[in-house]
Design a protein around this ligand. Structure first.
Ligand SMILES: CC(C)(COP(=O)(O)OP(=O)(O)OC[C@H]1O[C@@H](n2cnc3c(N)ncnc32)[C@H](O)[C@@H]1OP(=O)(O)O)[C@@H](O)C(=O)NCCC(=O)NCCS
Length: 183
């Protein structure tokens, strides 16, 4: 994994945020974060009941991540708590896709709208060219206005739309936008 330089930066309201890469010992905190963010938002891939990884599985996931030089994970801590997390990984292993990376991000609801999402996105995007990626891609539900605004602000454009990509428990269907940024 490409490691982020560990440092403290300030949100625009002056709140200090520690940015650092994860270690295997962060597995429990990351599981707790996944469960919390899945419960706080309908906009992630996993429904709240679907964070079923065991601590050992999460440790194994982190171990694999740490040894894969083309992956990045950046954690953001406010106080002692994990407030946000972003991952960047190759779209696929084949040579014809080697220039394409994908990004996934989540911020704890208590910190939405304070610039933490943008900070984390900028951090991983700044590392991507060093990993020989020349474009970043992501999927976002079309009604996730906050996320779409965030990505557009960073220069992402909508490249496509998957109709009815998401089926909600009440039967509602939601489209997914495929967004990308060439750098
Ligand atoms: C999407 C997410 C990562 C954004 O994080 P964040 O820390 O709130 O992001 P920021 O504060 O940096 O930026 C949010 C942007 O949304 C805008 N925004 C705030 N409230 C908004 C609203 N109700 N509608 C539309 N845009 C809104 C802000 O103006 C800001 O854009 P700007 O900087 O250009 O002004 C966060 O809301 C989150 O984790 N949501 C749940 C999980 C999720 O949706 N992940 C992404 C899946 S693709």
């Amino acid at each position: 994994m490409m490691v982020t330089q560990r440092r403290t930066v300030l949100l625009r309201d002056g709140t200090p945020v520690l940015l650092r890469s994860p270690e295997v010992k962060d597995a429990q905190a990351l599981l707790d974060f996944l469960k919390a963010t899945a419960g706080e938002s309908d906009n992630l891939l996993r429904a709240p009941g679907e964070i079923t990884m065991t601590l050992q599985q999460e440790e194994a996931f982190l171990d694999a991540l740490l040894t894969d030089e083309r992956r990045v994970m950046v954690n953001a801590y406010i106080g002692d708590g994990l407030a946000g997390n972003v991952t960047l990984f190759p779209v696929g292993g084949r040579s014809r896709m080697r220039h394409r990376c994908e990004i996934g991000i989540a911020v704890r609801r208590a910190y939405w709208g304070r610039g933490l999402g943008a900070l984390l996105m900028r951090e991983v995007l700044s590392l991507a060219p060093g990993l020989r990626f020349s474009q970043a891609e992501l999927g976002v539900y079309s009604d996730n206005a906050r996320a779409v605004k965030l990505y557009e602000g960073l220069g992402f454009e909508t490249w496509g739309r998957v109709k009815n990509a998401c089926l909600m428990p009440d039967g509602r269907l939601r489209d997914e936008l495929l967004m990308g940024l060439v750098f």
